[in-house]
Design a protein around this ligand. Structure first.
Ligand code: CU1
Ligand code: CU1
Length: 288
């Protein structure tokens, strides 16, 4: 039977504790850092050559869906009752609301070095040393809302604009495309600075600290954020049930995106699965 991913604001005290304890155990076993490594390794931007799977590409959604499933599997090997909750950032919008409580993800980083000092993932609590990174900072950092140059989380209307688009993705299938559900949700905009970060990308910016780079998986909020992003794909499919993942076929030889993106029936590295196989999750999990 399918299990349920819940809104983080609906977790009981015990569910919060079990989720945190499972994360700490997966970290202790060394499995967590493999997820961080995978995310760093597949962080190819569209300015570089080669296949893009995780970001700036149609497979942004199935790629992160698979990463989440694998993390969830690791958590459930520790505690079968655990699922990855989602953070609805259109509703829980302050730096002190959920999920930033001391019994869940802990709070904001302190002034200066932005080190997180509260909650189970604070370095000084002894269980969360960052080992895989693009910098040499060993502790979790956050700058919720960006103190020096504030930005706001995306709104319900921002998200609705992405969900309303019936087309999954469209040429040139990268970070410059202005139409299509995928990039409107992933959130690469035109221009520079704050207005160009939308939805998914804007949330990474709002959290700040380690959530800014390829090693963003080091902040456990990564999973709660991507669980909510994943829910949007499920909602989009329900709303536009006659639409599917695109492209359905690989771009032809000679096309600038040939060999650079994953079509519906192509394997999506590092996994032996296609976007097509990841579209319908209803037998594995549902959102409550
Ligand atoms: Cu990512
Ligand atoms: Cu992300």
């Amino acid at each position: 039977m399918a299990y349920t991913r819940k809104n983080v604001s609906k977790l009981t005290r015990t569910e919060r504790r079990r989720f945190v304890d499972a994360l700490l155990e997966v970290k202790r076993r060394g499995e967590y850092d493999e997820f961080v490594r995978t995310h760093i390794a597949y962080n190819t931007p569209d300015g570089e050559s080669g296949l893009r799977t995780a970001h700036m590409a149609p497979s942004f959604l199935p790629w992160h869906r698979k990463l989440l499933l694998e993390l969830e599997r690791a958590l459930r090997r520790v505690d079968e009752s655990v699922t990855v909750p989602y953070w609805d950032w259109t509703r829980d919008r302050s730096a002190t609301s959920l999920p930033w409580t001391a019994d869940l993800l802990g709070g904001n980083g302190r002034n200066g070095d932005r080190q997180v000092m509260t909650g189970p993932f604070a370095h000084r609590a002894g269980h969360w040393t960052i080992k895989e990174s693009v910098t040499d900072v060993k502790f979790l950092t956050r700058d919720l809302g960006r103190a020096r140059d504030p930005i706001a989380l995306p709104t319900h209307d921002d998200l609705e604009k992405a969900l309303a688009d019936p087309v999954y993705d469209t040429a040139p299938w990268d970070s410059t495309v202005t139409k299509g559900f995928r990039n409107n949700l992933e959130g690469w905009g035109t221009g520079r600075g704050s207005p160009s970060w939308r939805n998914h990308n804007r949330v990474h910016r709002w959290v700040g600290g380690v959530m800014l780079g390829g090693a963003s998986v080091n902040d456990p909020v990564f999973w709660l954020h991507h669980s909510f992003v994943d829910l949007q794909w499920t909602r989009w499919r329900q709303r536009h049930s006659d639409h599917r993942y695109l492209p359905d076929r690989p771009p032809a030889a000679g096309n600038a995106q040939h060999g650079r993106i994953v079509a519906r029936h192509e394997k999506m590295p590092p996994w032996n699965m296609t976007p097509d196989e990841l579209e319908d999750m209803s037998e594995i999990y549902q959102y409550g």
